[in-house]
Design a protein around this ligand. Sequence first.
Ligand SMILES: Cc1ncc(C[n+]2csc(CCOP(=O)(O)OP(=O)(O)O)c2C)c(N)n1
Length: 167
Amino acid sequence: MPVRDVEFFWKPNNLQIKPYVNRGANGIDGTLSTALGVAHRNQSSILLTGDLTLLHDTNGFLIKNKFVGHLTIILINNNGGGIFEMLPVAKFDPPFEEFFATPQDINFAQLCATYGVEHEIIDDWEQLKEKLFSLPNNGIRVLELQTNRRTDAKWRQDNLGKFAKGS
Ligand SMILES: Cc1ncc(C[n+]2csc(CCOP(=O)(O)OP(=O)(O)O)c2C)c(N)n1
């Protein structure tokens, strides 16, 4: 959902941010490597990603020793595929959790430590803004926001229609 949320909520502005979207044939694979490729020898960059998408490509972190530049990864960790909560099948559990949401219960602090990547849990918006205000020049870091995919889906279902009608 992160890329869809950006489409819904990112207001036009003149900040000169260059967005890249890893869409391809809709695959979630390779997203981390794409972001590292974009950030390599370039401006400090930010990747906004879901947990399953990041997990699909964690070995992308192995380029770390050759990577020149900075990448901040904003990880929306809702423990599984939040996108599937938007489908009618979400009402049917089983099989929803095991076969659609596929939560992996990963401790990202430990995972990042394995790859020698910085990791931090973000608890509030002020903390996030502060972290993004001025990006470092080097290294890779993960800023993890823990969210609840069910609550988020309900919020979208309750509110997106209203915004579309402008009421
Ligand atoms: C290579 C590949 N495998 C599986 C899928 C099916 N798929 C689409 S979205 C998604 C879940 C993504 O989960 P996450 O990155 O945690 O984001 P969220 O849905 O929670 O926003 C999956 C498995 C895909 N698009 N590409």
